[in-house]
Design a protein around this ligand. Structure first.
Ligand SMILES: O=P(O)(O)O[C@@H]1[C@@H](OP(=O)(O)O)[C@H](OP(=O)(O)O)[C@H](O)[C@H](OP(=O)(O)O)[C@H]1OP(=O)(O)O
Ligand SMILES: Nc1ncnc2c1ncn2[C@@H]1O[C@H](COP(=O)(O)OP(=O)(O)O)[C@@H](O)[C@H]1O
Ligand SMILES: [Mg+2]
Ligand SMILES: [Mg+2]
Length: 359
């Protein structure tokens, strides 16, 4: 059994067994003004989460409030040294990671084989699927979700792999996709180049693009997008500002290729803005839950988000335009609570499977 067990003094706080009541900042609360008294010496399980993240990601994810809440709920974060053998570190219950490179993937894969009892968030092969903008959306297209709450699909798109950019206008005509087009680097490998998108308004200018690319039809969506964050079985949706619609007049007037500003990245949440409800209304939860459940299963991932837009001309029609592995959760309200719940549920599942099974 590798679950770390700690003998701790349980403090009785008027309820709960191993759950401690905490305030907004993760500090323990005294129940009803009573003094806390040591109730019993008992065994309290600690869920050990090893993390291998860039320093930027560590800063944005492991915020003090999350660390405090986690500590109070029996979750311990331990940095992983990617240069050293994983088996010699730990023991861990969970490995949380977002590092790149073939070597790191192999280290993780070997560790998963050797330690099936540890949950690796997430398996490297499943993550690779999201690092190509064609394969990342394939499952959404296959699911082809449509029910009484609406329809979810992928904008029409074309993959250009040939180096010869002069052939792009013909390829676009043959594929029957309509301008304007969003040109996205095929690889979504986390590099800044992979986020350099552009909009092409006319066929001639398509020759200025730099393959390999995905060319996606631009869908007018009223300048608001939805970030659907998935953490295990939980989902949370936030609104962000996005690109404005392109009118027919602008399309005939404009020509050329223009870089897409990273508007969704500008901390500009659209939550408090006074927006047209036809544009800003959150997509129906039953629809998102179905989609998230199906994608979790098909992708084999626990931690990802979907960028979703609503067709401005048809409010029941939604498009997934991007899927990101382990995105910027630190910007998501209440992420601390959702993550601690998630880690505890994984710890509990492991305890039931491995510790109780051996009794
Ligand atoms: O840095 P952040 O917090 O803006 O997070 C980025 C995400 O922003 P968002 O969740 O939309 O706010 C960002 O999402 P978008 O691609 O901008 O939709 C990516 O997930 C990015 O990771 P990568 O560069 O694709 O590997 C994420 O970058 P990393 O933090 O993983 O480096
Ligand atoms: N098909 C599309 N139609 C309209 N706007 C789009 C489309 N694809 C992308 N965008 C806009 O461009 C932004 C960045 O595109 P996205 O595919 O999410 O790339 P990234 O991985 O860099 O975030 C989106 O947040 C959205 O504002
Ligand atoms: Mg995006
Ligand atoms: Mg992305």
């Amino acid at each position: 059994m590798t679950i770390k067990e700690e003998v701790t003094t349980m403090w009785k706080s008027g309820g709960g067994d191993d759950d401690v009541e905490v305030d907004e900042d993760g500090n323990e609360l005294l129940a009803g003004g009573r003094y806390l008294t040591p109730a019993a010496v008992t065994v309290k399980r600690v869920v050990v989460v090893g993390y291998a993240l860039t320093s930027k990601k560590t800063k944005s994810f492991l915020q003090p409030k999350l660390e405090r809440l986690a500590r109070n709920r029996g979750i311990q974060f331990v940095p992983v040294d990617p240069e050293k053998s994983l088996s010699e570190q730990g023991p861990f219950d969970i490995i949380l990671h977002k590092l790149t490179g073939k070597e790191w993937r192999q280290i993780l894969e070997d560790y998963r084989q050797a330690h099936p009892e540890v949950t690796v968030l997430d398996p490297p092969d499943a993550i690779q699927h999201l690092r190509n903008r064609q394969s990342m959306l394939q499952d959404v297209a296959d699911i082809n979700l449509s029910n009484s709450y609406g329809r979810v699909g992928v904008p029409k798109q074309l993959v250009i792999t040939s180096d010869d950019a002069s052939s792009i206008p013909d390829a676009v005509t043959q594929a029957g996709i309509k301008l304007p087009l969003v040109a996205k680097p095929l690889l979504a490998d986390g590099s800044s180049k992979s986020h350099e998108l552009s909009i092409a308004y006319d066929p001639e200018s398509l020759q200025k693009l730099d393959p390999p690319l995905v060319l996606q039809e631009f869908v007018n969506h009223g300048g608001v997008m939805f970030k659907v964050y998935i953490i295990g079985e939980a989902i949370k949706v936030v609104r962000r500002f996005s690109l404005p619609d392109v009118s027919k007049r602008e399309l005939t007037k404009n020509s050329g290729v223009f870089p897409v500003p990273r508007v969704s990245c500008a901390a500009a949440s659209a939550e408090d803005a006074d927006l047209d409800p036809r544009v800003a209304e959150i997509p129906p939860y039953p629809l998102l839950e179905r989609l998230a459940k199906e994608l979790r299963r098909r992708l084999g991932l626990h931690l990802f988000n979907l960028d979703i837009i609503r067709d401005h001309g048809n409010p029941d029609r939604f498009y997934v335009i991007d899927i990101n592995y382990f995105p910027g959760y630190g910007k998501m309200p209440e992420y601390e609570y959702m993550f601690t719940d998630f880690f505890l549920s994984l710890g509990q599942r492991k305890y039931k499977k491995y510790a109780l099974a051996s009794c």
